[in-house]
Design a protein around this ligand. Structure first.
Ligand SMILES: [Fe+2]
Ligand SMILES: [Fe+2]
Length: 413
């Protein structure tokens, strides 16, 4: 199939190839799934997201849900660690309206208060494809990338809000239901603060990225509670936690950094909850074949996030018709900011997959092939509190700024 598509691509004008590119990507995604059960679980969502573009067809988007609500009239204390998380979550509630410095003036075109820093993007790489932006255009472009990134965070948070509600219904642990209710509240607050930031400070909202839609669609419509957990609490939350951390490190804008600091503390609990719920379930309750299916599924979703989260919505706005989608991917892949995102995201996700038993020897070769095994030995969520995470990010930030200052001095000398 790959060969025929390549031959077809050579025969077609560039404009047509760019039109076909999203469909070719969808076909590539589906053909690379080796496990037919993963194809059955993700295939329909890939069609709805990447081919029919359901996330971009106006409101509302209806995703059918068919899980069972799990009641327990005996109200057992069945999971002490979840009970402890519930206690911590109650104590750490915060109010996004009164506790964040909304009076901060954010000037998106000013490099000192921009969401995305100067060195996020590789403008030199763009120039090799014949596009040279002046200073003002670069600032406007950075604003677009910042608004796109935060828009995807917001859409992901809406997914988390609805998924947390589903998970609260479906989870078999009673202590998990109580904890889950706090997560629903947390996610509502995240939707509130990200939306307010985009609306008041950036004044620009992008549509949901097709790949993010595929993942949300897949986990919302899957009837198995553990697949919802795996999709939302481990994959989306794990990657989001990394992405929030990367932006917290990169951005100089004080309101956004404060907002992210609060959100990261909540998200650390959410991922911790996902690991607790899945660790024993995967090791003790699932057959080897069911475990393998989940292992393959998470690998495909990790790839979906690693290779395909390419800000095509920004490309369509800025460079469609000027460079090809393949050239845009090349520019994005070379951007230091995207590399930083990938680093922090996967250093958070991979240790959690190990912790819940979804990184057996069988799949490690595949992770190695795509360069993700280097994160294997990192700390998993139960060993890392939100405070520890922020302290780690701050320490890395100071080290990075120190290196930059030193480099500046050497260059000046
Ligand atoms: Fe969230
Ligand atoms: Fe969350």
């Amino acid at each position: 199939m790959g060969l025929n598509i390549k031959r077809l691509q050579r025969a077609l004008p560039q404009k047509v190839i760019d039109r076909l590119d999203p469909y070719i990507e969808a076909a590539d995604l589906v053909t690379e799934m080796r496990d037919p059960r993963v194809l059955r679980a993700l295939g329909p969502s890939a069609t709805r997201g990447m081919v029919l573009k359901r996330g971009k067809q106006g409101v509302p988007t209806r995703i059918p849900a068919n899980h069972s609500a799990h009641f327990d009239w005996s109200y057992p204390h069945d999971h002490p660690e979840m009970r402890e998380l519930y206690r911590r979550a109650k104590q750490h509630q915060w109010d996004g309206e009164t506790q964040l410095p909304w009076e901060t003036s954010v000037e998106p075109l000013d490099p000192d208060s921009a969401v995305i820093p100067d060195d996020f993007f590789d403008f030199e790489k763009l120039e090799t494809y014949g596009i040279r932006l002046d200073r003002i255009e670069k600032a406007r472009f950075r604003h677009s990338m910042g608004a796109w990134t935060l828009s995807q965070f917001l859409h992901g948070e809406q997914g988390a809000l609805l998924a947390a509600a589903q998970v609260t219904e479906a989870v078999p642990f009673f202590d998990g239901k109580l904890y889950g209710a706090t997560q629903v509240m947390d996610e509502a607050r995240h939707v509130e603060v990200f939306h307010r930031y985009i609306d008041e400070k950036l004044e620009k909202l992008y549509q949901i990225n097709d790949n993010l839609f595929v993942i949300i669609d897949a986990l919302m419509s899957d009837s198995r509670w553990d697949m919802k957990f795996l999709g939302m609490q481990i994959m989306v939350e794990g990657l989001a936690l990394g992405a929030f951390g990367a932006l917290y490190k990169m951005s100089k804008e004080p309101l956004l950094r404060e907002l992210l600091r609060y959100v990261i503390q909540d998200e650390a609990r959410h991922v911790h909850y996902g690991v607790l719920a899945l660790r024993d379930h995967i090791k003790l309750a699932l057959s080897e074949s069911e475990r393998r299916e989940r292992e393959d599924w998470s690998f495909e979703v990790a790839l979906l996030m690693k290779n395909r989260f390419m800000a095509y919505e920004v490309y369509d706005e800025w460079f469609s018709g000027m460079i090809t989608r393949a050239q845009w991917r090349d520019v994005m892949n070379h951007s230091p900011g995207m590399e930083e995102f990938r680093q922090v995201m996967f250093s958070r996700l991979v240790p959690n997959l190990r912790e819940i038993g979804l990184l057996s020897k069988r799949i490690q070769g595949h992770y190695d092939r795509v360069g993700l095994m280097k994160y294997f030995h990192g700390a998993a969520a139960p060993e890392l509190t939100g405070d520890a995470m922020i302290a780690e990010l701050d320490a890395e930030l100071w080290e990075h700024r120190g290196r930059k200052r030193k480099k500046g001095r050497t260059t000046a000398a």
